[in-house]
Design a protein. Structure first.
Length: 163
């Protein structure tokens, strides 16, 4: 893989490091908005319109992202928002951290194919654990718990649009 930057061609580890840095920058922007006491961000667009939100999907969508790897991360956040409606900040932070750690493994001379294979095994094991230990039937939760779950998911979206 190679990347041309202002007439200079970069490849290999330089490109991987640039990708990690770009994704880490996006994660750093949204990180402080995570959770129930997450901080709001004030974003001003090119015409001066102001948006105040702690919704990760909104923050990432309003950023003017140019770096290719960071754009992929933004697309991941959008897909998470489209499919689940919540968790975009967590997805961005997790993906950026996985990328950072994978890069460290490659720097220590572990082949990228081996790193990817390890990540796939870890994903399968994590999914298996979630299904076996943490999943529960929805009908066992009751109406009040379901309303609380929905309220948590929607709170930043509703508050963000009301402001």
């Amino acid at each position: 893989m190679s990347l041309a930057i202002e007439g200079h061609r970069s490849s290999g580890q330089d490109v991987r490091t640039a990708n990690v840095m770009a994704c880490s920058a996006i994660a750093a922007i949204v990180k402080s908005s995570l959770g129930p006491v997450g901080l709001d961000k004030m974003l001003v667009d090119e015409v001066g319109d102001v948006t105040v939100t702690n919704d990760g999907a909104t923050i990432v969508r309003l950023l003017e992202i140019e770096h290719p790897a960071a754009k992929v991360l933004a697309e991941l956040a959008q897909q998470q928002d489209d499919e689940v409606g919540d968790g975009t900040t967590s997805v961005v932070i997790l993906a950026a951290e996985l990328l950072r750690r994978a890069n460290e493994l490659v720097k220590s001379r572990i082949h990228p194919t081996t790193v990817i294979a390890g990540l796939r095994i870890a994903m399968r094991e994590a999914c298996k654990y979630l299904k076996q230990k943490l999943a529960m039937p929805i009908d066992s939760l009751g109406r009040e718990v379901l309303v609380n779950i929905a309220s948590t998911s929607l709170s930043s979206k509703i508050l963000g649009s009301a402001e």
